[in-house]
Design a protein around this ligand. Structure first.
Ligand SMILES: NC(=O)C1=CN([C@@H]2O[C@H](COP(=O)(O)OP(=O)(O)OC[C@H]3O[C@@H](n4cnc5c(N)ncnc54)[C@H](OP(=O)(O)O)[C@@H]3O)[C@@H](O)[C@H]2O)C=CC1
Ligand SMILES: O=C(O)CCC(=O)C(=O)O
Ligand SMILES: [Mg+2]
Length: 415
């Protein structure tokens, strides 16, 4: 076991193991969690109660989560003297499955995103963000029930990797000189800033593989590659090409392309096949609004996936309803799609459903489906009875607006 200086390892729990490619989950797994910055503590406190109540109700004490707080962000800076102690990363490795609240990232300077760092150092290569509609949630679109998509966003590469050089810095000038003199790039202005957009077949294919496997295992209809390959030909265009190549190499029996669908199958999807499509990203944003029922699993490079996540979340009620998980073959750290929503920090106000639903994904990942189902039932009933937080209440007539903690209690009472 790693040597923990700040975190306390719970005495009554065991580590999840990974054997022969699968998780071995004990009845009392130790699950590390990061509370998060801003609204993080409010949401976490509400969510944790829901998880414990659901597990208790589903398994009558035979199973329980042994929570282990680990530190990152402002709390870590205050209590451990650093933003992301090494032991936090060690804990997510040692215990394999964890959950986190949002962490603040300064804009335009300061430290790099701790969220992105965690994804990179743990190599959590797939950011999985399901977008589904709960009956009764107010939405800006006419038929939100048609939205049922799962975003698989590449999580380790692309401009999101944070490889940037500041305007005027010595290294930047060297790089600019290299591009001008060695590669003949004429259009770089003096004083330019630079960023790199690294993308590989390895990184793209493992993400697209996970998306296709998910589609097969969950009887989904299609996987759409979302790219800007007309403009960024060798990065985003290659993402698309690598996706089709992967489908040919590894999923020839299960996947047909959209061209094959029309050329060979006259538009009728053969039983048991998944259609692989691609859309240029700007078009995809309007397709998602106008024809959401034609889209199902989406696979995209990192930045497109970031934008798509918030845009699609809006269609089903907003970021308060948007869960996610960062998943690799061995490790997983679940987290909501949204950030710290700082203006609401400490008000016990924002919607904890995002983190509660991220916990549902975590329980499903552990194979604890019964507990996950109880939570979904509790959320559905609370919303049907119009017991909701401010974000939904502001657009539901006759709603009872409750605080984050009260919403969690309402879910527990309705499980
Ligand atoms: N994974 C992570 O940890 C992430 C961290 N961040 C970081 O968070 C910080 C703030 O980012 P910002 O751009 O303001 O984006 P946020 O996602 O934090 O908030 C944007 C808006 O979304 C709504 N919202 C967010 N969460 C909830 C919720 N739980 N319930 C209801 N509504 C919600 C609020 O809308 P309204 O104002 O309409 O009420 C809020 O003002 C930044 O430092 C950013 O880098 C951002 C994204 C992810
Ligand atoms: O790390 C951050 O601050 C932002 C991350 C983000 O927006 C996301 O992952 O969706
Ligand atoms: Mg985002």
């Amino acid at each position: 076991m790693a040597n923990y200086k700040f975190a306390q390892v719970p005495a009554q729990g065991e580590a999840i193991q990974f054997e022969n490619g699968t998780l071995q989950v004990p009845d009392k797994p130790i699950i590390p969690f990061i509370e998060g910055d801003g609204t993080g503590p409010d949401i976490w406190n509400a969510s944790q109660k829901v998880f414990d109540a659901a597990v208790e109700k589903a398994y009558g004490g035979q199973r329980a989560i042994a929570w282990m707080e680990v530190y990152a962000g402002e709390k870590a800076k205050n209590e451990c003297g650093e933003w992301l102690p090494e032991e936090t990363i060690e804990a997510f490795k040692e215990f394999r499955v964890g959950i986190k609240g949002p962490l603040t990232t300064p804009v335009g300077g300061g430290f790099r995103s701790l969220n992105v760092t965690l994804r990179q150092v743990l190599d959590l290569y797939a950011c999985v963000r399901p977008v589904r509609y709960f009956n009764g949630v107010p939405s800006p679109v006419r038929e939100p029930e048609k939205v049922d998509m799962v975003i698989f966003r590449e999580n380790t590469e692309d401009v999101y990797a944070g490889l940037e050089w500041q305007a005027g810095a010595e290294d930047t000038e060297k790089a600019v000189a290299f591009f001008r003199n060695e590669l003949g790039v004429k259009i770089l202005r003096d004083g330019t800033a630079l960023g790199l957009k690294p993308m590989t077949d390895f990184g793209s294919k493992r993400l697209i593989r996970k998306a296709i496997q998910y589609a097969i295992q969950n009887n989904r209809k299609s996987v759409t590659l979302v790219h800007k390959g007309n403009i960024m030909k060798f990065t985003e265009g290659a993402f698309k090409d690598w996706g089709y190549e992967l489908a040919r190499e590894e999923f020839a029996d299960q996947v047909i392309t959209e061209d094959q669908l029309w050329d060979t199958y006259e538009g009728k999807v053969p039983e048991g096949k998944i259609v692989l499509k691609d859309r240029i990203a700007d078009n995809m944003f309007q397709q998602a609004l106008l024809r959401p029922n034609e889209y199902d699993v989406l696979a995209s490079p990192n930045l497109n996936g970031d934008y798509l996540s918030d845009a699609l979340a809006a269609q089903v009620g907003g970021l308060g309803m948007a869960p996610g998980g960062n998943i690799s073959d061995q490790y997983a750290v679940f987290e909501a799609t949204h950030g710290t929503a700082p203006k609401y920090a400490g008000l016990d106000k924002v919607n904890p459903s995002s983190v509660i639903l991220s916990g549902v994904m975590m329980l499903e990942h552990l194979g604890w489906q019964e507990a996950a189902d109880l939570i979904i039932a509790g959320i559905e009933k609370s919303i049907q009875e119009k017991v909701v937080t401010y974000d939904l209440a502001r657009n539901i007539e006759g709603a009872s607006e409750v605080k984050a903690s009260e919403f969690a209690q309402a879910v527990i009472e309705r499980m």
